[in-house]
Ligand binder design. Structure first.
Ligand SMILES: [Zn+2]
Length: 188
């Protein structure tokens, strides 16, 4: 479970620096110096990169001697649907580069598309579709700033079906074009 979520160490590091809630539950940040583990979205002071280890499973982190952070409480489920959301997000993060329909996601979690969409939206304020778009844009943003690949290559690698769709969604979420983003963040 959760050992193949398609996120590199550097991507997970980016998520915790951004306190990104989208990836909560998928992995945990363990800090070797404090022996505490956190959700990616924890607002506590950020550790040094060299002191961080990532775990996909709370039990593994605990077995390695880490204790749950009192601030973000990674061991506490805040809703009875936490596991469902985690399951869906894990599926999206693993399969973002493929053509995905709501039905595919529904099949994976064993719910009707209608019921899945309603529950997921109630929990995250997003539909599985818009959540997937955000994951794809995160992936594209990471590739834009860490690789020399062209916009076209990145478009398809991130799972967008057309460049016009890629440019439109990227701009909506990042307020700039992919090329502008590469220059802006690449030089930061
Ligand atoms: Zn924490």
């Amino acid at each position: 479970m959760g050992t193949n979520i398609n996120l590199s160490f550097d991507e997970m590091w980016e998520k915790i620096i951004a306190c990104d809630r989208k990836y909560d539950g998928l992995f945990f940040t363990a800090v070797k110096t404090t022996k505490i583990f956190c959700r990616p979205s924890c607002r506590s002071r950020k550790p040094k990169k060299i002191n961080v280890e990532f775990y996909y499973d709370i039990k593994e982190a605990e077995k390695a001697g880490f204790r749950a952070c009192k601030r973000c409480q990674p061991e506490t489920d805040h809703s009875p649907h936490t596991e469902l959301v985690r399951n869906v997000v894990e599926f999206l993060v693993t399969h973002y580069s493929e053509r995905l329909e709501l039905q595919d996601i529904a099949n994976h979690v064993g719910l009707s598309p209608y019921y899945l969409e309603r529950l997921f939206k109630q929990e995250t304020s997003e539909t599985p579709r818009t959540y997937l778009e955000k994951i794809r844009v995160d992936k594209a943003a990471h590739l834009l700033t860490t690789t020399e690949r062209t916009n076209l290559e990145i478009c398809y690698e991130a799972g967008f079906q057309s460049t016009s769709n890629f440019y439109k969604i990227f701009r909506r979420l990042k307020n700039c074009s992919p090329s502008e983003y590469r220059i802006l963040i690449g030089k930061a």
